[in-house]
Design a protein around this ligand. Structure first.
Ligand SMILES: [Zn+2]
Length: 475
């Protein structure tokens, strides 16, 4: 197999690629690289290529490629070419291209830009192989980097980067088993797939001169480089898997919305310019409009969980009531209650979906509470006042409609309690706060006493109030 870049389609279309290794997880940093590449490509009507870099078979994890597909699909990042959908430059899985790389390395040897080396991998001393260039059993092929001069290139974000050639090591291109190294396969693939713009983390800035010397040796046109800052946990540490929350799946499990994860990671290292410069809340479509590379920062981006929560809360508020109900229900569980009223109360009180669980723990039965919970200065209530108002509340409920009929609604409940409070010259809260305590056993609940009444239904509400009255009498 000979990989050829198809010169008929040369450089008329902008082409970017996302080239993850199948590790089984999607690191937020990788996902952000995919996102930036995709946004940039969409903005420029280009083609976004998905390539799987699986040459390191020792690290291969079953099902890992599917994790890449599923994560990107869920995020709305659609690739134009890739292993599953094919394209003009197939195959898109590096291990299926493995026989092609040696040929390129041999071409470099002919050009005196690479050489055989049979020294032990851990050998510290500089070997003499680059001068003899003999193939021996167990040889690797190394890049022959000039000993003098400089290599420079322009990065779209970091500007001109100049490296002394003597600082660049003669990296291995082909391993002793004939397989390419990551660094070599990457360059060959980018060229043969006609990738015009390379967007990746700035940890590759220092390797780029080595890559460029290869492009030069082959006489290939360099791609445009857009290196992006790293995502840091704090000023000195990268956000790593050891933090336990570096993966897309971690945040999904913690109750973050996909749209909010995308929104937040977009802002890690990029900020909008112009009209949108004050805005922080973006859907994927809005990001596609707003994204420009001049908003990419050079400085490392520090991961801020509080900000991510705040952005998630905004995305939750943006959901339609039906959509919120659909995604909240698994966190609520199944009860014979009015979900519309509950979800209506929960939606503005939820920052991440897992917050819901503790808020609805009263649905099964009221939380265990002490009679002190009836003390509320603002509402002027106490266990004693509750002992007086709860029986009145029970009367109100029992007088309203048959069991759980349409008459048992919030408006009717409200008018009835309003009459009660006018008659006694107390505020409605004087009745409604103890009602909420009786129904939930909690100082704060998703919705006030009336919401909870309608949510639980007439029968269940009355049972709970009766039990609360009994408890007050016991003490
Ligand atoms: Zn050697």
């Amino acid at each position: 197999m000979k990989l050829e870049n198809n010169s008929a389609i040369v450089r008329e279309t902008l082409r970017t690629r996302f080239a993850p290794s199948p590790t089984g997880f999607m690191h937020l940093g990788n996902l952000r690289t995919a996102l930036y590449s995709w946004l940039y490509t969409k903005k420029n009507n280009g083609s976004f290529v998905l390539r799987i870099e699986d040459t390191d078979r020792s690290r291969y994890v079953d099902g890992a490629v599917e994790v890449i597909y599923e994560t990107l699909k869920e995020c709305g990042i659609k690739w134009d070419e890739g292993p599953d959908i094919g394209g003009d430059y197939a195959p898109y899985i590096q291990s299926e291209r493995k026989n092609a790389y040696l040929e390129y390395a041999l071409e470099l040897i002919k050009k005196d830009c690479a050489y055989y080396c049979c020294c032990p991998a851990d050998s510290e001393a500089e070997c003499d192989c680059r001068n003899s260039n003999l193939e021996k059993r167990g040889s690797v092929i190394r890049q022959k980097v000039p000993k003098t001069g400089k290599t420079s290139f322009k990065d779209e974000i970091y500007g001109e980067i100049i490296v002394e050639n003597e600082e660049i090591e003669d990296q291995i291109l082909i391993k002793s088993d004939g397989m390419p190294t990551y660094n070599f396969a990457n360059v060959i693939d980018d060229h043969t797939m006609n990738i015009t713009h390379i967007i990746r983390g700035n940890e590759y800035l220092s390797s780029t001169p080595k890559y460029n010397l290869l492009y030069e040796a082959f006489g290939w046109e360099l791609p445009v480089y857009i290196h992006v800052p790293q995502i840091m946990r704090d000023a000195t540490h990268k956000l790593s898997k050891r933090d336990g929350d570096a993966y897309f799946s971690d945040f999904k499990a913690k109750g973050y919305l996909t749209s909010a994860i995308i929104n937040y990671i977009a802002l890690l290292g990029w900020s909008p310019k112009g009209e949108e410069s004050e805005n922080e809340i973006f859907s994927l479509a809005e990001l596609t409009e707003a994204f420009t590379t001049d908003g990419i920062s050079k400085s490392p981006a520090i991961f801020d969980l509080e900000k991510m929560r705040a952005i998630n809360a905004e995305h939750i508020r943006r959901l339609s009531p039906d959509e919120f109900k659909r995604i909240a229900t698994p966190y609520i569980g199944e009860y014979p209650i009015n979900y519309d009223i509950l979800c209506n109360a929960l939606q503005p009180r939820t920052e991440v979906l897992t917050d819901i669980v503790a808020q609805v723990d009263f649905l099964e039965k009221p939380s265990d509470y002490s009679r002190d919970l009836y003390n509320n200065k603002k509402m002027k209530t106490s266990p004693e006042s509750a002992a007086g108002t709860l029986p009145e509340s029970l009367n109100v409920l029992s007088g309203l409609g048959n069991s759980d009929s349409a008459e048992f609604n919030k408006d009717n409940l409200y008018s009835a309690f309003k009459k009660l409070s006018e008659k006694s010259d107390k505020k409605p809260g004087y009745y409604l706060y103890p009602l909420q305590v009786a129904l939930t056993g909690k100082p704060a609940a998703p919705g006030g006493g009336l919401d909870i009444c309608v949510m639980l239904g007439k029968g269940e509400s009355m049972n709970r109030i009766k039990k609360a009255i009994e408890r007050l009498e016991e003490n």
